[in-house]
Design a protein around this ligand. Structure first.
Ligand code: B1M
Length: 211
């Protein structure tokens, strides 16, 4: 097995120490950081994402793999910056105001990171203005909002309206998701994109960022 395959395989199993060891080994072998990211870490994460979409693996496996991805990326980050590997876009993500559910949101964040996107995570219970300020400060292309409660999903309309009323209206897209959210609701409030799960959200975000 090549070192890149070893990274992919260890990531799919969520084996953090092995992922770190193989990423360092690949660097020592002189493999460029961008290649390690794409063909090692992202390749493993994409396999997990597909399996998750097809109900072949479930939330715990995805969270463990995502944590391994994040630890591997930590080692690569300085090399990627030095090598000038561009992030593919910037997303500001959070769970809307009044809502403390973050398991789904965290999965979406990790899947997006797995696609090479930079993700600014504002956490839970995020007021509208924090989404906008973070998008402005980080020059983001996407505001991604998660809501799990029927009592909080209305916040998404406020976010869409606030973006529409701002100078970012032609630049920032609003993505929404969470258990009570539907395509009909997305259409109703004029959000740019609804996706039902984390893997699809990451695909859609990448498509929005790379045009
Ligand atoms: Co809460 N809770 N909860 N809860 N909770 C639900 C959502 C509920 C459906 C349970 C029920 O009654 N059957 C219900 C909502 C009812 C409704 O509004 N219709 C509910 C309630 C009522 C409450 C409280 C009000 C309970 C109370 O205090 N009386 C309270 C509210 C607190 C608050 O937020 N203000 C509350 C609290 C909690 C806990 C804190 C205990 C805990 C959250 C812990 C945490 O998140 N750190 C919790 C949990 C765990 C749940 C359930 C059991 C599981 C949610 C979850 O994490 N699912 C949930 C019941 C259920 O869904 N079966 C429930 C797994 C997760 C991976 O799925 O988040 O849907 P999900 O994410 C999916 C997709 O939706 C999508 O991708 C993910 C995976 O692919 N997705 C996106 C999510 N965000 C996306 C964004 C995107 C795209 C896709 O684009 C931007």
């Amino acid at each position: 097995m090549t070192t890149l395959n070893e990274i992919s395989s260890a990531l799919q199993q969520g084996r953090v120490p092995k992922v770190k060891e193989f990423v360092q080994k690949a660097l020592d072998e002189g493999i460029p950081a961008g290649e390690i990211l794409e063909q090692g870490l992202l390749s493993g994460m994409n396999i997990i994402g597909e399996k998750f979409k097809n109900n072949e693996v479930f939330v715990p496996e995805v969270l463990i793999a995502a944590r391994a991805m994040s630890k591997g990326t930590d080692i690569l980050r300085p090399y990627l910056v030095a090598a000038g590997v561009e992030e593919k876009g910037t997303v500001v993500i959070g769970t809307v105001k009044g809502d403390l559910h973050d398991i789904g949101k965290n999965l979406v964040r990790m899947m997006m990171e797995g696609k090479g996107l930079k993700v600014i995570d504002l956490g839970v219970d995020v007021p509208v203005e924090n989404f906008l300020n973070a998008a402005r400060e980080n020059d983001a292309q996407i505001i991604a909002c998660s809501a799990l409660l029927t009592t909080t999903m209305g916040e998404m309309r406020n976010i869409v309206e606030a973006v529409e009323a701002s100078e970012m209206k032609d630049k920032v897209k609003v993505m929404i998701g969470g258990a009570p959210i539907t395509q009909a609701y997305c259409d109703q409030i004029g959000a740019d994109c609804y996706t039902p799960d984390a893997a699809t959200a990451a695909d859609a975000a990448l498509a929005l960022c790379t045009g």
